[in-house]
Design a protein around this ligand. Structure first.
Ligand code: ZN
Length: 300
């Protein structure tokens, strides 16, 4: 159990206590053009997707509450239109922290049913050893969907649709049909091993199934905004999906053969991927631990 305890401690330091330790005063919110009328904003927490145009501002995810003024200032550099919609890719604190302020300023908050359900009550994450209190009522999505919802805005058809039990049980991909852009939320971590929130219904098999769906959205030139990391494309998502499958298959083999987590970690199933994917906040052993705990040993 030692490696698991170490994994949890490191993670808690890096993300569990981020509210207490991070100085948001020093965070800069930057915008990057992705396609005509579509931008990615980075600051601290999950990447933000933005649609601007003749109608209004449409926002995907909103990082942390203290950053809302900086996010709104960055948006104001691009357009004088108000924020009318905020869609959350999932419930996590680093993607929904700005909800309350955005809602108060007049935005409609939209997300999958399970996002509202999880934000409505205290959530305990075993892996991160983190307890997240219920969100204030004003931060909760006011429109929820079970499968899909389409926004006809700024000359595009922007579709939010649910993918089952991947990073959490409430994930949505957001597809700009005309602009050929997808916001993949935390199903896609670019350049780093992903966090899979097993306590929120996430699973490695669901992550892999969702990545296969992601590769069908838009066309070969689609731009893909990850939950964390740099703007990606189909080539990076393919590489990421291959990494997920390879590690999952190796870990499943070990687990199916009755090997313990410690024995599986000792075989170092991520070895050739560590240089490319192992330098983010999820370290190789932590990723293997999540995969081991999650993987079904019944081949589907
Ligand atoms: Zn997340």
């Amino acid at each position: 159990m030692r490696s698991l305890a170490v994994a949890a401690t490191v993670l808690f330091t890096l993300c569990g206590s981020v509210h207490a330790q991070q100085n948001f005063d020093t965070v800069q919110v930057r915008s990057q053009k992705v396609a005509a009328g579509v931008y990615m904003l980075t600051g601290a927490g999950g990447n933000i997707g933005l649609s601007i145009g003749d109608d209004a501002v449409f926002v995907v995810d909103d990082q942390y509450a203290p950053l809302t003024p900086k996010i709104l200032a960055a948006i104001a550099q691009l357009t004088d239109k108000p924020v009318r919609f905020v869609v959350n890719t999932h419930w996590h604190w680093d993607h929904t922290g700005g909800n309350e302020a955005m809602g108060k300023a007049g935005a409609l908050l939209v997300a999958h049913d399970n996002v509202r359900r999880r934000m409505s009550s205290e959530q305990v994450n075993e892996f991160l050893q983190r307890t997240t209190p219920a969100s204030p009522p004003g931060a909760l999505p006011v429109i929820t969907f079970s499968d899909t919802v389409t926004f006809h805005i700024n000359g595009d058809d922007v579709v939010a649709f649910h993918v089952a039990n991947a990073h959490t049980d409430g994930d949505a991909f957001i597809l700009w049909r005309k602009a050929n852009v997808v916001h993949a939320g935390d199903v896609f971590f670019n350049g780093r091993f992903p966090f899979i929130d097993l306590s929120s219904g996430g699973s490695i098999d669901g992550m892999i199934a969702a990545i296969d769906i992601l590769l069908t959205l838009g066309d070969e030139n689609a731009k893909i905004i990850p939950g964390h990391g740099e703007l990606g494309d189909r080539a990076t998502v393919r590489e990421y999906g291959k990494m997920l499958k390879t590690v999952r298959d190796r870990v499943r083999q070990q687990k199916a053969a009755g090997r313990s987590l410690e024995q599986t970690l000792a075989t170092h199933p991520t070895a050739e991927f560590d240089a490319r994917w192992g330098t983010g906040f999820i370290k190789p052993d932590q990723f293997v631990t999540m995969v081991y705990q999650s993987v079904s040993t019944t081949r589907r």
